[in-house]
Structure formats: C-alpha cells, structure tokens
Ligand binder design. Structure first.
Ligand code: FAD
Length: 341
C-alpha cells in the first residue's frame, strides 16, 4: 500500500495533538488536517489550559489517570526545554481551597502533579471563607501559543492544513484511507452524537502580572490561573447553552468572585472576555468505527468529547487515537494482501 492517507477533522488541541501523534507513530502516513476554524478561533483558544483533571463519569479512573500522566509527562518535558516559552508551557504553584472538606481527600491525580500536600493553617489564613485546602504545582498551557506551536511542528513533518467544513465524514472516503474525527462540539452535527452537549464557559483574561500563584475554589466555578502573559479568571459552567456572546452581568460576577479570593485583582487591567463551548459527554468518545456505503468502507477513529478537561488529557488521548489509526492501517493492509492472493 502506498503512503496511507489520513485526514484529521478539527484543529483544536485534540485534532492538532492527534495529528502530531499520528506523524510520530506512522511516519510513512500522509496527514491532512481539515477544519472550518484554526487558532485563534477554536474553543481550545478560550481555555485556561490548566492541567487539573476533570472527572469523566463514564471512563474508568485508571484510564483517565493514564491519559493525565502521559499529558503531564509530555508537557513537563517541554516546560523543561528551550521550547517552553514559544510553546507557552510553564509550571505554576498554587492552592485548591474548599469551604468544606471534599468527600475524597486525595484526588486520583494527586501523585501525578508535583508536591501535592494539604495546606497548612498559616496558608489557609489567606482564605478566610475556606476551611480546607490542597497545595501543589502543576503545568499550564497558554493556549493560543501552544496551538501555534503544535501547528508549526505539524507543518515541519509535511502535514497539510486546509480550511474546510466537513458536512459528512463519508465525503472524505474517495481521497483518504482513514478519517479521524476531532471536531469537538461540532461532532454533534457531524456524526449526530446525541450524548454530546455544550457546557458554556465564560472567562476573563486580564493583565495582573503580580499574581503568580493559581487559586481554584474546589467547586470548580471560581478560579484564578496565571499564565505567562495574562491571568485567566473564571468562570461559568452552563449546560446546554450555545451562546457565544459574553454576558456583562456574568463578567461582573466572575470578577467579584475572583476578587473575593484574591483582593489584589481589583487592580487588574485590560480585561478581555472570552466564551467557549466545552464539548461534554459522560466519557470521551475514543473508538474505531467502520462506515460503509454500497460495498465501500471508510475506517474512522473518533476522538472528541473532552468536556472541561481537553488540555489535561490531550496527549494521552491523542496517543491512543494514533494507536487506533495504526490498527485501521494494519487492517487495510491485511485486506489488500488477502485480495492479491
Ligand atoms: P475545539 O477546540 O472546539 O476544536 C474543534 C475543532 O473542530 C475546531 O477547529 C473546529 O473548527 C473543528 N470542527 C468542528 N466541526 C467541524 C466540521 N464539521 N468540519 C470541519 N471542522 C470542524 N481544559 C483543561 O484541560 N484545562 C482548563 O483549564 C480548561 N479551561 C477551560 C475554560 C473554558 C472557558 C472552556 C470553554 C474550556 C476549558 N477547557 C479546559 C476545556 C478545553 O477547552 C476543551 O476540552 C478542549 O478545548 C476541546 O478541544 P477540541 O479540540 O476537542 O475542541
């Protein structure tokens, strides 16, 4: 079989990292990314990009932990290289604080992040409304630079990128041997997935360079995540809301909530408001499927539905998707050689 042709639909963090893993595991493949939007216009550009996992109720915890470990190790190596600044990856220390002690004292990812420990009484004095807390160091991606860095790496491997909306995966069957679906919330329309729904998130990106530590309320709603250039203040989780317009009342509410955790933010400047739709599902859809029409077949690998945790899990799920692409190619090569006998 000549160089297998693989099309990846989607250019958010999942599509780009999956395409990159495919070029690494199958260097003979010709990889093309087709997407109706690229950075800076994807949900991935809006994200805070913190590596603090969200839990998928439909995926076994050991699988989620493996995905997180692989992602953490990959980004930790970048943070420790000369690429760190261009890729927008850095280590950040901080606190997750709770008004009441959480049910599980140790989250499943506590031994993957660095230096996880319970907060001392002295540290908790900074948060008079909270009674319990965890301190640790994790990684943060500045999302637009990281997406551009992934695009640059892909172009260097010879991957092609085209702006194109795909209405039906089957329209790709005549040109590609395998199609990978990384369409995020777009998969709801693209493959009619009724289990996929948006969880709207509004965040503020502000200039507050004195804020060096992250602070996250354990309810997951209020957070302050310092990046290399700007601090992300969040947030909201609005299930089934498709609106991409910022809500001014929500902006004020987010700002007030964050200031009550970190009063110095009252001096923050140049406030920009962003909205994104988290592609949410009970579990990430990471599986093979074979589409067929009139005796013709098209192998597809799905990798979407990362909800609130796409950055935390992207490298782990991309590796698994690339492995599934390898299985599809092996199956195609097997059927070609059987046909020749
Ligand atoms: P997207 O980034 O939406 O990419 C989908 C791509 O598919 C786009 O390029 C789109 O144009 C393309 N596409 C869709 N349909 C089609 C079609 N029919 N044809 C062609 N192309 C198509 N996660 C974390 O881990 N940590 C965080 O701190 C974090 N913070 C967040 C904060 C907010 C406010 C939000 C909204 C999300 C946050 N997330 C976070 C979640 C994270 O952003 C998502 O899980 C992740 O971006 C999903 O990536 P994706 O590539 O699947 O989707």
């Amino acid at each position: 079989m000549a160089a297998p042709k693989v099309a990846v639909v989607g250019a958010g963090v999942i599509g780009l990292s999956t395409a990159l893993c495919i070029t690494e595991t199958c260097p003979s493949c010709s990889v093309t990314i087709l997407s109706d939007q690229f950075s800076p216009n994807t949900t991935s550009d809006v994200a805070a990009g913190m590596l603090i996992p969200h839990t998928y109720p439909g995926t076994p915890i050991h699988v989620q932990k493996q995905w997180f470990k692989e992602t953490f190790a990959y980004l930790f190596a970048i943070s420790n290289s000369a690429e760190a600044s261009e890729a927008g990856i850095h280590l950040v220390s901080g606190w997750q604080v709770f008004k009441n002690a959480p049910k599980e004292e140790l989250p499943f990812w506590s031994d993957v992040v660095l230096g996880f420990r319970l907060m001392s009484e002295a540290e908790l004095r900074k948060f008079p409304q909270h009674r319990f807390g965890q301190a640790f160091m994790t990684l943060k991606c500045d999302c637009p630079p990281y997406l551009l860095w992934l695009e640059k790496r892909l172009k260097a491997t010879g991957a092609q990128m085209y702006t194109r909306k795909v209405a039906d995966l089957w329209e790709l069957h005549s040109k590609y041997n395998v199609v990978v679906n990384c369409a995020g919330i777009g998969a709801q329309q693209l493959v009619g997935d009724k289990e996929l729904f948006p969880v709207r998130g509004q965040v503020l990106k502000v200039h507050a360079p004195w804020v060096k530590n992250f602070i996250r309320d354990g309810d997951g709603l209020t957070y302050i995540y310092p990046g290399i250039h700007r601090v992300t203040l969040g947030g909201t989780r609005e299930k089934e809301s498709w609106s991409l317009f910022p809500n001014p009342g929500t902006t004020k509410d987010i700002f007030d909530r964050c200031c009550s955790l970190e009063p110095s933010l009252r001096g923050a400047q140049d406030i920009k408001v962003k909205v994104g739709l988290r592609p949410s599902r009970r579990c990430v859809r990471l599986q093979r499927e074979v589409l067929s029409q009139g005796g013709l077949k098209l192998p597809v690998v799905h990798n979407y539905g990362h909800g609130a945790g796409g950055f935390s899990m992207h490298r782990g799920t991309a590796k698994e998707a690339a492995r599934l692409v390898g299985e599809c190619i092996a199956a195609l090569q097997g059927s070609l050689s059987r046909a020749k006998l």
